[in-house]
Write a protein that binds this ligand. Structure first.
Ligand SMILES: [Zn+2]
Length: 293
């Protein structure tokens, strides 16, 4: 049954990427035995009726991503309530004892969740009312089926995979927040296909303030590449500037309408002021563009 869930999730991730809408997860799928399997419930720890042990754990989108991680690098997942002997908590402990693979959903923005599996309960801190959770990769399932248990290499791998989950949370969170601020359209050409949109950074990811929406631009694939390759620049007063030599080129419709025709045009911006691009950062990037041009 669990393997059917993982197979279904693989399909969804191939289709939609690893951030899935809550609606889809609540709807779930119908198993070959005719049972509807829902992937998450109203409470964080979720067990479908026909399952002995929990299937998934969910973190709501309200708290900062880093709050979910302990100093040991593991995810820290709160007990249901404050009683370790609550049957829900007891069943999740048991899932840990048996090393049953679980699914982890982490809310990125309202109604959208990063999905990670398999994850395992690897310990508990009753004093802090938390479970320790580590993510693993698909190899883990084979290993568990072979009853090899959790080896030292598996522990190292889990630490690595869990750290990458943290990174994904930040990346996907940035994308969702930026695209939402721009109402899912390219700020330059207003193309409205999320599958063709990126959340571009104005200043590098590692710099100060880099994760704020004010460091983001919602750009279609063409305009993202053109921005990164300095074919186009964005001025601190929110207008598009096409590089001079490109402006003088004569070519087909993509060049004409997709680049040259947009020179001097104003960006389509988020309605909320604090989500608009930071002018100092735009200025820094635009100076680079001018030097390159
Ligand atoms: Zn565009």
């Amino acid at each position: 049954m669990r393997l059917q869930v993982f197979a279904w999730l693989s399909e969804q991730v191939q289709r939609h990427g690893d951030v899935l809408p809550r609606k889809l997860l609540e709807q779930g799928f119908v198993s070959p035995a005719g049972e509807r399997i829902v992937l998450l419930g109203p409470q964080g720890i979720w067990k479908p009726r026909s399952f002995q042990l929990p299937l998934s754990i969910t973190t709501s989108p309200d708290s900062p991503y880093d709050d979910a991680f302990g100093e040991d690098g593991a995810l820290h997942y709160r007990y249901k309530g404050t009683n370790p002997l609550d049957p829900v908590n007891v069943r999740l402990s048991e899932a840990g004892r048996q090393q049953v693979p679980l699914v982890y959903f982490h809310g990125i923005v309202k109604g959208k969740y990063l999905v990670v599996w398999p994850v395992f309960i690897v310990g508990e801190e009753p004093a802090r009312l938390t479970f320790r959770v580590m993510a693993d990769d698909a190899m883990a399932m084979q290993e568990l089926q072979d009853r090899a248990g959790v080896s030292e290499t598996a522990e190292g791998r889990r630490a690595y995979v869990t750290a990458s989950v943290r990174q994904r949370l930040h990346q996907r969170g940035f994308r969702e927040r930026v695209l939402r601020a721009y109402r899912e359209q390219c700020t330059i050409c207003r193309l409205k296909h999320p599958e063709l949109l990126d959340a571009a950074h104005i200043i590098p990811d590692s710099a100060e303030g880099a994760v704020s929406v004010a460091n983001g631009l919602s750009l279609c694939k063409l305009h993202h590449a053109a921005y990164d390759k300095m074919v186009l620049g964005i001025t601190p007063d929110y207008t598009v500037s096409i590089r001079k030599d490109v402006l003088e080129e004569i070519d087909g419709p993509m060049l004409k309408h997709g680049l040259v025709g947009l020179h001097g045009q104003a960006l389509t911006l988020p309605s909320r002021k604090q989500e608009r691009p930071n002018r100092d950062w735009l200025d820094r990037r635009y100076s680079e563009f001018l030097r390159g041009a």
